[in-house]
Design a protein around this ligand. Structure first.
Ligand SMILES: [Mg+2]
Length: 359
């Protein structure tokens, strides 16, 4: 069947309170939702970014998708890459391609009557998650409550908090986190690029004292030499991770020689089509892979990725996805298990609630 067209909508989801990490403060998320239409089915995709992403989809990508075979998302992906050559592919361009690509894969899976995980071919029945939030804006009490909910109520044995806004306070915050989660839970941190190389080396050693085993973006991910320095010089038990701002395969390939764990975001890196290629990079370099955010999509794609270690079960995205969509997956027991009985991503837009969030 041929694709007859697509539509795009932009939703603003306010956060519960103002939130911050090591380098940014925010009070809402913008979610760009794409529906791709064919005769009998509708595919759904989305990304988190600016409303400019929706404009790019409407003005540059819709015409590349219309009339194409619903069973060939890769051909549409290649056409979208060509279409954005002069408009700019990295950043918003790649988010636009990612959202449409996810919708095209969801459409194909629905047309064939299988879950997206099964269409792609599973390496795993379920994929581990880690609870992620722990904003630097939280009080210690709020921090502890969020972490203990993941560990005690959902039995997720891995959690991550933000660090680096007020570094001198982080040892106290890590002690509070450790007290809330116990000794058996893995504790991760994310500095969002807040440090210089030598600062990051100092703090990496301090974090290790609290049993932290994973440090994300100690320096900006643009500083490849800095990441490599920390990977090679940091404490032996502390993995260095990065990849959430890589927009294409060459960038991911470049980064893969600088980290212990490669990350990518399916709603930024070029959609399902490119995320699967990140698995090949990891396989070739013997690296574990960790998915950045968008858990409702990542669960399906990561089930088909041999090298996946875990998915970031990010508080803001979990909340936005539960508000906007029906059919999100439950992380009880510490993993997400795509349902083989639900075609595609198994998601539908909650039209009533979405109407209240139109940007
Ligand atoms: Mg991060």
């Amino acid at each position: 069947m041929a694709i007859t067209g697509l539509d795009v909508a932009v939703y603003t989801v306010p956060t519960e309170e103002e939130e911050s990490d090591g380098t940014l403060v925010w009070g809402s998320l913008t979610c760009i939702v794409v529906h791709v239409h064919a005769a009998e089915h509708v595919g759904l995709g989305y990304t988190y970014g600016s409303k400019a992403v929706a404009e790019l989809i409407e003005s540059k990508l819709a015409q590349e998708v219309e009339g194409r075979d619903e069973l060939s998302p890769q051909a549409a992906w290649a056409a979208m890459q060509r279409a954005l050559r002069n408009a700019g592919r990295p950043g918003a361009g790649s988010m636009a391609i990612s959202a449409v690509d996810v919708a095209l894969w969801d459409l194909k899976a629905k047309a064939l009557g299988v879950s997206l995980a099964d269409l792609l071919g599973r390496f795993h029945e379920e994929v581990p998650v880690y609870g992620s939030g722990g904003f630097t804006s939280y009080s210690d009490e709020r921090l502890q409550k969020q972490l203990s909910t993941w560990v005690d109520d959902f039995e997720i044995p891995r959690v991550k908090i933000k660090v680096g806004r007020d570094p001198g306070r982080d040892p106290e915050r890590l002690a509070a986190a450790r007290a809330a989660i116990g000794d058996e839970t893995q504790l991760f941190v994310d500095a969002n690029g807040a440090f210089t190389r030598k600062q990051a080396l100092h703090w990496a050693q301090r974090y290790a004292e609290y049993g932290v085993t994973y440090l994300e973006e100690p320096v900006t991910s643009e500083d490849r030499e800095g990441l490599r320095f920390l990977r090679d010089r940091g404490p032996a038990g502390l993995a260095i991770a990065a990849g959430e701002y890589e927009w294409d395969l060459p960038q991911l390939a470049d980064l893969s020689s600088c980290v212990d764990i490669l990350q990518a975001d399916v709603t930024r890196c070029g959609g399902v089509t490119n995320m699967l290629r990140a698995d090949a990079l990891c396989k070739a370099r013997a690296l574990p892979f960790s998915a950045h955010c968008a858990p409702a999509i990542s669960a399906h794609v990561c089930a088909a990725m041999e090298c996946v270690e875990h998915i970031e079960y990010f508080h803001d995205h979990v909340r936005a996805e539960k508000l906007l969509f029906e059919g999100t997956l439950d992380p009880a027991g510490g993993s997400l298990r795509p349902d083989p009985g639900r075609p595609g991503l198994g998601l539908t837009l909650n039209e009533d609630r979405a109407q209240e969030l139109v940007a």
